[in-house]
Design a protein around this ligand. Structure first.
Ligand SMILES: NC(=O)c1ccc[n+]([C@@H]2O[C@H](COP(=O)([O-])OP(=O)(O)OC[C@H]3O[C@@H](n4cnc5c(N)ncnc54)[C@H](OP(=O)(O)O)[C@@H]3O)[C@@H](O)[C@H]2O)c1
Ligand SMILES: *[C@@H]1O[C@H](CO)[C@@H](O)[C@H](O)[C@H]1NC(C)=O
Length: 327
C-alpha cells in the first residue's frame, strides 16, 4: 500500500514536471485588431493552422487558406465561417511540393488581392518521398516551397506598413544539421525510408526554418517587415499521420495525456502575428509566447547565408538554376 502511494506520487510529480516544461502552455496576449488586414496561412485546413486561421478570422482579418486540397480547405472554411460568423475567408490552391504551384499561387494572389499584412508559413509534414521537382519531401515542403513563396510575396509585404512573416519551425531543429554537399548532390537533407530517418530529415528541415528566418531578418533591414520562427509546443494534430502503426500505439496515450490541443498550439504563432513591440526581436525564435535562445548552429550567420544562396539556386532564382555546376 505504502509503495503504491510512492509510485503514485512519483507519477504525479513526473506529470507536473512535464506539463511545466516540455508541455507547457501559454496564452497570446497580443490584441492588435486585424480588421482590414489580409493574411495568408499555408496548411490552414488542419491542426494548428486551422485554429490559427479561425482565431485570426475572429479578429477581423481577411484570411486566405493556402492549401493543396480544395475539398479539405473548403470544409475548414465552412467550419470557421460557422464558428466565427466571418465571411471573409477564401481558399487558394497551393501545393508546396511543386515550385510551379508556388509560383502559380503567388501570381494569382498578386493579381487578385490588393494587400498582404501577414504570411504564416505553417504547412509541414513528416513523411518520406520526393517533391514534383525531385527534392526530399520535407526539405522541399517545409523549407524550399516556403522559401520561394516568401520571396515572391515580399514586395507586397513591404508595401504594407508593418508586414510580418511567421514560420513554423519546431524544437526538433536542435537535432537538425545541414550537409550542403549532400543537398547539392541529392537535392535532399537526409535519406532513407525508416521512420527515424525521415524524422531526422524533418529535424533538418526545421533547422532550415530557423536559419531562413535568421537570414530573412537581415535582408529585411531598412524595411518595416519583420519575421519570426516558432515552436508551437507538442500538439495533438495530424502531423504524425505517416508514422507506423506501432508508433501510433505508443504516441496516442501520451498524446491524450500530455500534448497541447490545437488552440494552445496556436498561441505562439498568434503572439508573433499580433503582439505589438516585438519588432526589435525580428529574426528570432519563439516558444511559449516568448523569445528563446537557440543553439549556436541555428544562429550561425555563414550557414544561414549559405542556405539562402543554395535555396535561391535550387528555386532557379539566381544564376545557374538547373545548369549551375555547383547545384
Ligand atoms: N504538432 C506538433 O507537435 C508540432 C510540433 C512542432 C512543430 N510543428 C509544426 O507545426 C506546423 C503545423 O503542423 P500541424 O501539427 O498542425 O500538422 P497537420 O495537422 O498535419 O497540418 C499540416 C498542414 O500542412 C499541410 N501540407 C502538407 N503538405 C503540404 C503541401 N505539399 N502543400 C501544402 N500544404 C501542405 C497539410 O495539408 P493536408 O491536410 O492536405 O495534408 C496540413 O494542412 C508544421 O510546420 C509542423 O512542422 C508541429
Ligand atoms: C516604415 O514605417 C514608418 C512609420 O509608419 C514610415 O514613416 C516609413 O516610411 C516606413 N519605412 C519604409 C521603408 O516603408
Amino acid at each position: 500500500m505504502f509503495q503504491l502511494l510512492i509510485v503514485a506520487a512519483l507519477l504525479f510529480g513526473g506529470y507536473i514536471f512535464l506539463i511545466q516544461t516540455l508541455f507547457k502552455r501559454s496564452k497570446c496576449k497580443g490584441n492588435t485588431s486585424m480588421a482590414g488586414k489580409t493574411i495568408i496561412i499555408t496548411g490552414g485546413n488542419s491542426g494548428i493552422g486551422k485554429v490559427t486561421a479561425l482565431l485570426l478570422a475572429r479578429k477581423g482579418a481577411r484570411v486566405i487558406l493556402a492549401c493543396r486540397n480544395r475539398h479539405k480547405a473548403e470544409a475548414a472554411i465552412n467550419e470557421i465561417k460557422q464558428v466565427t460568423g466571418s465571411t471573409d475567408l477564401l481558399f487558394m490552391q497551393l501545393d508546396l511540393a511543386s515550385l510551379k504551384s508556388v509560383r502559380c499561387f503567388a501570381e494569382t494572389f498578386l493579381k487578385t488581392e490588393t494587400r498582404l499584412d501577414l504570411l504564416i508559413n505553417n504547412a509541414g509534414l513528416v513523411a518520406d518521398g520526393r517533391t514534383e521537382d525531385g527534392f526530399g519531401i520535407e526539405f522541399g515542403v517545409n523549407h524550399l516551397g516556403h522559401f520561394l513563396l516568401t520571396h515572391l510575396l515580399l514586395d507586397c509585404l513591404k508595401d504594407g506598413d508593418k508586414g510580418r512573416v511567421v514560420t513554423l519551425s519546431s524544437m526538433a531543429y536542435r537535432w537538425g544539421h545541414i550537409d550542403f554537399e549532400a543537398l547539392t548532390a541529392r537535392r535532399d537533407l537526409g535519406t532513407g525510408s525508416y521512420s527515424w530517418q525521415f524524422f531526422q530529415a524533418y529535424c533538418n528541415s526545421k533547422l532550415c526554418n530557423v536559419l531562413f528566418t535568421h537570414e530573412l531578418a537581415k535582408r529585411l533591414r531598412g524595411t518595416n517587415v519583420t519575421c519570426y520562427s516558432v515552436h508551437p509546443g507538442i500538439v495533438r494534430t495530424e502531423l504524425s499521420r505517416h508514422v507506423s502503426l506501432w508508433q501510433k500505439v505508443f504516441i496516442e496515450p501520451v498524446s491524450w495525456l500530455l500534448f497541447l490541443d490545437p488552440v494552445a498550439g496556436a498561441q505562439t504563432t498568434l503572439h508573433c502575428a499580433l503582439q505589438e513591440g516585438i519588432e526589435p526581436l525580428t529574426g528570432r525564435y519563439f516558444s511559449c509566447c516568448a523569445v528563446q535562445e537557440v543553439t549556436p548552429r541555428a544562429r550561425d550567420d555563414a550557414m544561414a547565408k549559405k542556405l539562402w544562396e543554395v535555396s535561391e539556386r535550387l528555386c532557379g532564382l539566381s544564376y545557374g538554376g538547373k545548369n549551375d555546376p555547383s547545384v
